[in-house]
Design a protein around this ligand. Structure first.
Ligand code: NAD
Length: 520
């Protein structure tokens, strides 16, 4: 199976723009989405809901999400235990072929899924297009890697047969965030499924409609519902119930640091009847830096900074939030950055021209407004034109003092902090001065400095002379260290190994005589 990245459409072509516009406009007529719970072949709706509102027109309800509970989980586990073996025993090639079909199914519903995601998140169309391609890539890539890596290996000697093979770990809880509801959600389910595990998926509350559309593609492609259960609901209820359940072997979590660390704590406690040590995969936040060197190409720097700090309103784990700029180019870069920020068009993603949309919900909006207010005296530049209704936070540039939490806490919004440095080495030291180690960038034309950065900067993904977001499956396996996570490297060659256990089978084939009753 050869892997190739999915192509991205060019929306400067009118025909492409019209197609997606049509799909986007068709959504409003069918709102709100009511999202069910799906356990095996049974679908049901709860009486209580999580209600998610549209980020640019909060008077519109996008989704009413059923809340699954511990009883639903129990039912899903019961079915999984009964049917899981059939899935586990399917040949690897068959499971991989089914995942390739999921990719085709997704592609066939592309505009619809993309539009649901945009209505839920306020993501720009081009950003959504790129994210969608990543979701498709995850399916095709994991299908290909599984075929390549998960087959049994024989090492036979005279008189001794050895077999090394992989078995799925069992029941995997995939708990995903709202900011990449297509790509991350898909990847976190596809990998454990293709390796033969049962998956209980708990999407983020805010993006359950997108997750449900994607889940339907898995089922329609032939992944049995008995091994892929959809359990939407609250993190503090169904999420926590999954984490503590004795039959769940792997918790595949992507989200915030606080929730991730609480999961690590809870998963270390053995529940009654538990017979395995839970494996916790945690992909958490970032506080990502960029160092701009004295000789940097400022055209490259400005573009890289704008896209990394303000793309999807800064709501990416990989987003740039700490900018360290060499004294020699500080003044010039600051001027150019402020001028470019003034030109950023902020508004609804229904208009192609807008580059920056609203943030996800009122809670984020109010939190970011508060942060802006607290840091008012350090403000250097801000985008002044933006709609006043909807959850819009204008891109803002600050020069806070070294002890400000703007340098240490994840912000998850379009607020960037900037500081002057007197040497490239100082930039490296400051970039490393963080609890997090997810992405980092260097803009430099000095090959020695690029090498130094490679050796010294502590980041899961280090990018040189480009933006620091937008990792591509296979080309840039993604994930960080320190308190950014367990370094799972999604979209990379080692990821599938997190969901399997290696088994060794050895047989002495030197016969010690025959056992009569077994000879035919
Ligand atoms: P979050 O931690 O609030 O929620 C993530 C998921 O966990 C959701 O499905 C939520 O319902 C669930 N959850 C919440 N409380 C829970 C609990 N007690 N037990 C079990 N599950 C629980 O994060 P979010 O706001 O959805 O996403 C933003 C965060 O995710 C940011 O910190 C961002 O940096 C991080 N993120 C990291 C990566 C990465 O690859 N490292 C990628 C995307 C997002």
């Amino acid at each position: 199976m050869e892997f190739k990245n999915e192509t991205i459409r060019d929306f400067s072509i009118e025909k492409e723009r019209n197609a997606i516009r049509l799909a986007l406009n068709s959504i409003e007529k069918v709102l709100p989405f009511t999202i069910p719970i799906s356990i095996g072949n049974t679908q049901k709706f709860s009486t209580n809901h999580f209600v998610h509102k549209n980020p640019w027109s909060p008077e519109i309800v996008v989704s009413k999400v059923s809340l699954s509970n511990a009883l639903d989980l129990e039912e899903a586990i019961k079915i999984s235990k009964k049917r899981g073996n059939l899935w586990k025993e399917r040949p690897q090639e068959e499971r991989s072929a089914l995942l390739m079909k999921v990719a085709e199914k997704l592609v066939s519903k592309k505009d619809w899924i993309l539009s649901v995601c945009i209505w839920e998140t306020g993501k720009h169309i081009t950003e959504a297009e790129i994210e969608f391609a990543e979701a498709v890539d995850f399916c095709r890539y994991y299908a290909a890697v599984a075929n390549d890596q998960m087959l049994p290996k024989n090492i036979n000697l005279l008189g001794e047969d050895n077999l090394y093979y992989y078995q799925p770990k069992g029941i995997v809880a995939s708990i995903s965030p709202w900011n990449f509801p297509m790509a991350i959600f898909t990847g976190m389910c596809a990998a454990p499924l293709v390796t033969g595990n049962v998956v209980l998926t708990k999407p983020a509350e805010e993006t359950s409609a997108t997750a449900y559309e994607i889940t339907k593609c898995f089922w329609e492609a032939g992944i049995p519902k008995e091994v892929f259960h959809f359990l939407p609901g609250l993190g503090s209820e169904i999420g926590e119930a999954m984490v503590t359940h004795s039959e769940v072997s792997v918790i595949n979590f992507t989200g915030s640091r606080d929730v991730g660390l609480s999961i690590v704590r809870l998963a270390s406690q053995i529940s009654p009847g538990q017979r395995s040590i839970k494996k916790v995969i945690c992909e958490l936040g970032g506080k990502n830096a960029m160092v701009v060197d004295a000789d940097a190409d400022l055209d490259v720097a400005v573009q890289a900074i704008l896209s990394s700090a303000f793309g999807f309103q800064g709501q990416k784990c990989s987003a740039l939030s700490r900018l360290y700029v060499h004294n020699d180019c500080f003044k010039k870069l600051k001027e150019r950055l402020m001028a470019s920020m003034e030109d950023l068009l902020v508004g609804s993603p229904l208009d192609f021209e807008n580059r920056i949309g609203p943030v996800i919900h009122e809670e984020s909006y109010l939190r970011l407004l508060r942060l802006q207010k607290e840091n008012e005296s350090f403000l250097t530049g801000i985008t002044t034109q933006y709609p006043k209704d909807g959850f819009y936070i204008p891109p803002s540039l600050y020069e806070p003092p070294p002890d400000s939490s703007m340098w240490s806490s994840e912000i998850f919004g379009p607020l960037l902090s900037m500081k002057k440095i007197s040497s490239f080495q100082e930039g490296i030291e400051l970039a490393n001065d963080s609890d997090y180690a997810l992405t980092c960038g260097v803009i430099s034309r000095n090959p020695k400095h690029v090498q130094e950065a490679k050796l010294k900067i502590d980041a899961g993904n280090l990018y040189i002379n480009r933006g620091i977001t937008g990792a591509i499956v296979n080309r840039q396996p993604f994930g960080g260290g320190k308190l950014s996570g367990t370094g799972a490297k999604a979209g990379g060659p080692d990821y599938l190994h997190l969901f399997v256990e290696g088994k060794t089978f050895t047989e002495n084939t030197m016969r010690q005589g025959f056992s009569r009753d077994t000879i035919q």
